[in-house]
Design a protein around this ligand. Structure first.
Ligand code: MN
Length: 642
């Protein structure tokens, strides 16, 4: 292919495009790839040229096309990103960098590679979605020429395309690229089935065309009578892989699938779409349950169309009706939109691509990866799930694996001392089942010990073995008896100051339970005990008449800039620790350290450190924790001012 072929292709879609940069990029790529050959034996430059052409055919902007020409220079030649930035600008350099980074996969296990590829794709797309267009064009050209490669490489590349790139193309609404990728990969992965389908399709083509013509001969005059002139009516090209999938899904007799006639009608207006379907339903009997209105309710990838299946001469005929714009989006998806307006800053477009925004958010917060993975739902995830450590390492686990399995997979010490985890930023108990794409941060406590209960929910053999081993080593785990006295002990001296009483023993009154920040009054006994009531508590009246107690000046100690340790005594149950921590996180508070220990059979003490923004904030946190079921006591265990 010559550079002029590319230039012509760009001019067709973008007559005003600046072609100087394209030619310069071509010269740059040609110079750097000089002497390199593809596996087919042709000069390497053919590959970037073809990739750029695919991008141009999809009406992508000049920067993307230029980056397409340069996409392999950093990885495969001596060219550096800095040089590209200097010569072609930061935008192009970022795109090339993004494409290059997707390739840097540092995983050994093949299955992990999939998860890792997806992650890299997400990361890259979050920077600039055009990186994915380039990557898809790259894969498409590689697949078109895959026959030149060795058998094992062919299968490997094909599997990756099937598992990762085709679903991503689908999610981006690029049906054209998706279908082609799938068929090319299908041909490599299951050559026999592919050949079979293609041969049968060819055999039945004449018959199908005849039936199609008959159908149109009835339909078209009827449309004209109603004043409708569709822009286009055509038989839909069926692709081999979708037939294969249909055969498997519906268990169709093979013939049933091949005989199926599929028709697409492109109209001028949305109104006409509905009119056309109405007329078709008058002419032929619609199959129940097969009419679908994707115009009123577009698919998440923006696909819009009306679908129906009718029976003509005892044969099902599948029909899609849509406008020209809808058709363009159906074929090219997000890429079609790119050259209209650009992706960002177009509110309507943004709304349509809410799933993509989720990826962008995920990139920012490392959340919602589960949803993303589920959205793409890859078959290879069926038996295994892929989870990530905070450092981004992939931990693969069997389906049904829990937080504790993850902890043991990291290290047996981590498992032994695991008290819970933060999964995608949310605190969860040890028995929580993990899902694909979860980002898991294990929380440990030195006081934690493995328990026999754990064996009831862990699924990995590593976790089971290690837990049993530790229990044997520990013998019977001694349980400290919970000292009843301790529950009554007040720790509020940390946060309340009392005037005129030496070493006061502070008691928060049970009747009104004042919280930090609330107005309080104190009453001291001769023994140095000071009880703290909320100002206005109904018990104060009674105390005032009592002679034994005298009112003293009390006040909250300012928590500004202090680290406060909060302790919670509670009846232990599954999920309690996570619930407590989540209630704290819900107040926009960062937890600096958290731990839990058993204080008697059935009772636990949870401690964590926070930096409250104000006394009222601290009060709010304590109030929330108090409301949690099974929480018996919440108190301040300490305070440190920096
Ligand atoms: Mn390439």
């Amino acid at each position: 292919m010559q550079i002029e072929t590319l230039v012509r292709c760009i001019k067709k879609n973008k007559p005003k495009a600046d072609l100087k940069l394209v030619r310069k990029a071509y010269r740059f790529a040609e110079k750097h790839h000089k002497g390199q050959k593809r596996e087919s034996g042709e000069p390497f430059i053919e590959h970037p040229l073809q990739v750029a052409k695919i991008l141009a055919e999809h009406s992508l902007d000049i920067q993307t096309i230029v980056a397409g020409l340069l996409h392999d220079t950093v990885e495969d030649t001596k060219a550096s990103i800095e040089t590209i930035k200097k010569e072609f600008g930061a935008e192009v350099a970022n795109l090339v960098d993004g494409v290059t980074k997707i390739k840097e996969l540092h995983v050994t296990n093949w299955e992990e590679r999939h998860a890792e590829s997806i992650r890299k794709m997400i990361m890259a797309s979050a920077q600039d979605i055009r990186v994915i267009f380039i990557k898809l064009a790259d894969k498409l050209h590689n697949m078109r020429t895959v026959k030149a490669c060795r058998e094992d490489k062919r299968k490997r590349v094909a599997q990756e395309v099937m598992d990762v790139y085709a679903p991503i193309a689908y999610k981006l609404g690029m049906a054209g690229i998706k279908s082609e990728l799938e068929d090319l990969a299908f041909e490599q992965l299951n050559p026999e089935a592919y050949k079979n389908i293609i041969t049968k399709l060819k055999k039945t083509i004449a018959q199908r065309e005849k039936e199609m013509a008959e159908f149109r001969n009835v339909l078209e005059p009827e449309l004209e009578k109603n004043g409708i002139k569709p822009l286009k009516i055509f038989g839909r090209a069926k692709h081999a892989y979708s037939i294969y999938r249909k055969m498997q899904k519906y268990n169709y007799g093979i013939e049933g699938v091949y005989d199926l006639i599929a028709l697409r009608i492109i109209t001028n207006t949305v109104k006409e779409c509905y009119e056309v379907v109405g007329i078709i339903h008058q002419l032929w009997k619609p199959m129940p349950g097969r009419f679908k209105d994707f115009i009123a309710m577009p698919k998440p990838n923006m696909y819009q169309s009306l679908h129906t299946t009718v029976i003509a001469k005892g044969q099902p005929v599948e029909i899609q009706v849509r406008t020209k714009d809808m058709d363009k989006i159906a074929e090219e998806g997000i890429a079609a939109h790119w050259h209209y307006k650009g992706v960002y800053g177009d509110k309507e477009f943004d709304a349509k691509l809410s799933w993509l925004r989720q990826i962008l958010d995920w990139q920012r917060e490392l959340r919602d990866s589960k949803e993303f993975m589920e959205m793409l739902h890859f078959d290879f995830f069926e038996k295994e799930i892929y989870t990530f450590t905070p450092r981004g390492d992939v931990i693969s686990l069997p389906r049904g694996a829990t937080v504790l399995d993850f902890a043991y997979a990291v290290h047996s010490n981590v498992g032994d001392t695991c008290i819970g985890a933060r999964v995608n930023g949310k605190f969860v108990p040890v028995r929580t089942e993990l899902s694909n794409g979860n980002l898991v941060e294990i929380i440990t406590s030195k006081a934690q010990k493995p328990s026999r209960d754990w064996l009831k929910f862990v699924v990995t053999s590593k976790a089971k073995t290690k837990i049993k081993q530790r229990i044997r080593e520990l013998g019977k785990i001694p349980v400290k008896s919970y000292r009843a006295k301790e529950t009554g002990k007040s720790h509020e001296e940390w946060i309340i100051k009392v005037d005129g009483v030496r070493d006061p023993e502070i008691h928060i009154a049970r009747c009104c339970n004042p919280l930090p920040g609330e107005p309080i009054v104190g009453f001291a006994s001769n023994a140095g005990k000071v009880s703290i009531h909320k100002a206005g508590c109904f018990n104060i009246k009674k105390l005032e008449v009592g002679l034994r107690k005298k009112q003293v000046n009390v006040g909250w100690i300012d928590t500004d800039g202090a680290t406060v340790e909060v302790k919670v005594d509670a009846v232990d149950r599954v999920g309690l620790f996570a619930e407590i921590l989540n209630s704290v996180v819900a107040t926009n508070t960062q937890i600096k350290a958290a731990s839990a220990r058993t204080i008697s059979s059935g009772m636990v003490e949870c401690s964590f450190s926070i930096e409250p923004k104000s006394l009222a904030h601290l009060g709010d946190i304590l109030r929330r924790i108090r409301r949690i079921k099974d929480v018996k006591k919440v108190y301040i265990g300490g305070m440190k001012k920096s």
